[in-house]
Design a protein around this ligand. Structure first.
Ligand SMILES: Nc1ncnc2c1ncn2[C@@H]1O[C@H](COP(=O)(O)OP(=O)(O)OP(=O)(O)O)[C@@H](O)[C@H]1O
Ligand SMILES: [Mg+2]
Length: 360
């Protein structure tokens, strides 16, 4: 069954047929909350064949990048997988939603990208799960797009930070998943995330302009693959803010599925007010209202992601950190927000090292 509306309705109907003891909405919700909170102990997600570094990107604003990063991250962690969320957006929304301090002066991703801090030094624990940590973003990051322009190997900064971090951690502490939340632009921050990742997850909002601008993102990913990171590809599309009451949502979902086929997760995230309320309490929807439709659908999406990851082949046997390529000569760029395409096509690029990350 590919129709997301149908799937949601079937899932709701299934919930409604679970027996007389769940015959009220409150009982139903309590039952769903119990499923989310306790299934984790009995039914952990499978570990991926190798460490998965997933860049969550879409230059369109407000499509659910941050919400998906945070809730998928919490779901993966609650179901037993060590997860690191990297907030790469100066807005710091992922940090807020995970209740991680991100006022000016807090050690943050800025200090690892522009400064000399290691990722370990700027990684914070979260209250959502002992398996989940977060590298927050402070407003300092807003200047990083400009500051990075004159930095040596500027496109590789995040990748090197992550590889060093993974290399220095004992195997049993290495995250299974690294999720990178991108800002709504195709500047140097997003470019760093595309160079650092192995996979791109694109959240697509089920609304009219959803596909606009997607071509630009995809061609930028192609450029990054050709010039900077041969290992990057779009692995996952997640339909977000699906509103089953509108025909439009179904039409958009169908169009996305026709275009992207199996890349699209079967789980669809409905528009759900609890999802939008949760960040206001510094929480994910899984901890704020575990029985809500938003929570259960993010658990389902994370489960699918994890099962796909379990089928990935292990990384080839090679050291976790490869010798980095010689840095490209520093090029003084224009003092404007450079686009990925301009950077890749307009200036000399280094060839990145092959990957060699291992899951435990
Ligand atoms: N499933 C949902 N149901 C209801 N509201 C949602 C849902 N997903 C996201 N939202 C709300 O939509 C808004 C945009 O979501 P979010 O911040 O995740 O998008 P984004 O792509 O990260 O935005 P930006 O491009 O600004 O970084 C937020 O207010 C969020 O709470
Ligand atoms: Mg965001």
């Amino acid at each position: 069954m590919t129709d997301p509306g149908e799937r949601l309705r079937t899932s709701l109907a299934a919930d409604q047929n679970v027996g007389a003891e769940f015959d009220s909405p409150i009982a139903m919700e309590a039952m769903r909350a119990t499923r989310v909170l306790h299934a984790a102990d009995q039914d952990p997600f499978p570990a991926p064949g190798r460490i998965r570094v997933i860049t969550i990107a879409n230059q369109k604003g407000g499509v659910g990048k941050t919400t998906s990063t945070v809730n998928l991250g919490v779901a993966l962690a609650m179901y037993g997988l060590r997860t690191l969320v990297i907030d790469l957006d100066p807005q710091g929304n992922a940090s807020t939603a995970l209740g991680v301090e991100h006022t000016v002066g807090t050690p943050s991703i800025y200090d690892a990208l522009v400064g000399d801090n290691t990722l370990a030094e700027v990684t914070h624990p979260t209250t959502a799960s002992p398996h989940l940590s977060c590298v927050p973003a402070t407003i300092d990051l807003a200047g990083a797009e400009i500051e990075l322009v004159s930095v040596v190997a500027r496109e590789h900064r995040l990748r090197r930070s992550i590889e060093t971090y993974l290399h220095e951690l004992p195997a049993e502490q290495r995250p299974h998943y690294v999720l990178i939340d991108c800002p709504p632009s195709l500047g140097l921050l997003t470019l760093n995330a595309l160079v650092a990742g192995d996979e791109v997850l694109i959240p697509i909002q089920c609304e009219y302009y959803a596909l606009e601008g997607l071509g630009q993102l995809l061609s930028n990913i192609d450029l990054v693959r050709a010039h900077l990171n041969p290992g990057i590809s779009v692995s996952t599309i997640l339909l977000t803010m699906y509103d089953g009451r509108t025909k439009l949502a179904d039409q958009v979902a169908d169009e996305v599925r026709n275009h992207f086929g199996d890349l699209v997760l079967k789980a669809v995230i409905p528009r759900n007010v609890r999802v939008s309320e949760a960040p206001g309490y510094g929480q994910s929807v899984l901890t704020y209202d575990p029985g809500s439709r938003g929570s259960t659908s993010y658990v389902e999406a994370a489960r699918e992601l994890a099962h796909r990851g379990a089928d990935l082949p292990a990384a080839p046997s090679a050291p976790v950190v490869q010798t980095p390529p010689p840095p490209p000569p520093p090029v003084a760029g224009p003092p404007t927000m450079p686009s990925v395409a301009a950077l890749v096509l307009g200036e000399p690029m280094a060839t990145p090292a092959p990957r060699g990350r291992h899951a435990t």
